[in-house]
Design a protein around this ligand. Structure first.
Ligand code: C2E
Ligand code: CA
Ligand code: CA
Ligand code: CA
Length: 270
């Protein structure tokens, strides 16, 4: 609003700014309806164990599919709803899906991973997660919560919730590792089990020797500190080979599996 007012006062009217703000307003005002109308879908992407070739876990990711089958990328709507209370509704929906999958899955040890925004570190959302784990008798060790380093800005309340996850045995993963400016600081300050090395680093790992040695130093650090490593964005055989050479524990990316939609089988009982 400020930008628009500013430009107009100069007598300049920038319609692209106008469109930008209209999009934000339209996302924020339509998301709640989209969620209740079934337009928000969940996709899953497998994470592999290169030592066995088996699936180690799955990450759940949100998709907005409009009535005319257009897909709005989470990169477009998450940053908008993250600033509102709507993010909590999305996160509960992802929790529901993860819990359903945990009940349905035949494999006791497939990790189910969901993304939490900094705003999800509030009582209501955390209570919802813990209540459902207990109520549905889920093994908390099957669940992994992916957080970003932005959590450091949330202060002590967020830390308490991370400790609570610890207590239950819910796995904590740092997402997009290597993109923040305080990466190693967050390692010292947060109780974490897993580091997901950002795809921007992985995609250069086989072509750029500096990137390769950076990733190698992250992995060495993690191995010395009992932290599990995951490479995200593995797209080619070359990247796969380099990741294996470095000794990254688990691999995720289009080379193995593209996110695919989850069709909820309607259960008579629920
Ligand atoms: P993210 O958590 O880093 O998720 C990984 C993203 O990388 C996903 O994008 C995934 O589809 C994509 N990806 C996976 N493998 C490859 C690959 O080999 N190459 C490339 N280029 N990309 C790959 P997606 O699904 O578009 O999600 C984008 C971001 O939106 C996510 O990044 C996450 O930050 C956010 N997001 C998605 N779903 C949720 C959610 O339910 N809650 C929250 N808080 N954030 C979400
Ligand atoms: Ca993630
Ligand atoms: Ca990531
Ligand atoms: Ca991300």
């Amino acid at each position: 609003r400020y930008a628009i007012a500013n430009n107009m006062s100069l007598g300049i009217y920038d319609s692209s700014i106008d469109t930008h703000y209209k999009n934000i307003i339209s996302i924020a005002s339509n998301f709640g309806y989209a969620l209740s109308n079934g337009n928000i879908k969940v996709v899953y992407q497998n994470i592999y164990d290169p030592k066995t070739g088996k699936i180690h876990g799955v990450e759940l990711l949100a998709r907005w599919v409009t009535d005319n089958h257009n897909q709005i990328s989470p990169n477009d709507f998450i940053p908008v709803i993250e600033k509102t209370e709507l993010i909590g509704e999305l996160t509960k929906f992802m929790i529901d899906t993860a819990i359903d999958m945990a009940i349905d899955s035949d494999s006791e040890d497939t990790i189910l991973s969901i993304n939490f925004s900094p705003k999800d570190f509030k009582k209501e959302t955390i209570d919802y997660l813990i209540y459902n784990i207990k109520d549905k008798n889920i093994n908390p060790r099957k669940l992994q919560i992916e957080i970003t380093e932005e959590i450091l800005l949330r202060g002590s309340e967020a830390f308490c919730y991370l400790e609570l996850f610890r207590k239950y045995g819910i796995l904590i993963a740092i997402d997009d590792f290597g993109t923040g400016y305080s990466s190693y600081q967050s390692l010292a300050e947060l109780p974490i089990d897993v580091i997901k090395i950002d795809k921007s680093m992985i995609q250069k790992v086989s072509s750029n020797t500096i990137s390769k040695s950076l990733v190698k130093s992250i992995v060495d650090f993690c191995q010395a500190n009992d932290i599990i490593t995951v490479a995200e964005g593995v797209e080619t055989k070359e990247m796969l080979d380099t990741c294996n050479e470095i000794g990254i524990d688990y691999l995720q990316g289009y080379y193995f599996h593209k996110p695919e939609i989850i069709y909820k089988n309607e259960k008579a009982s629920s």
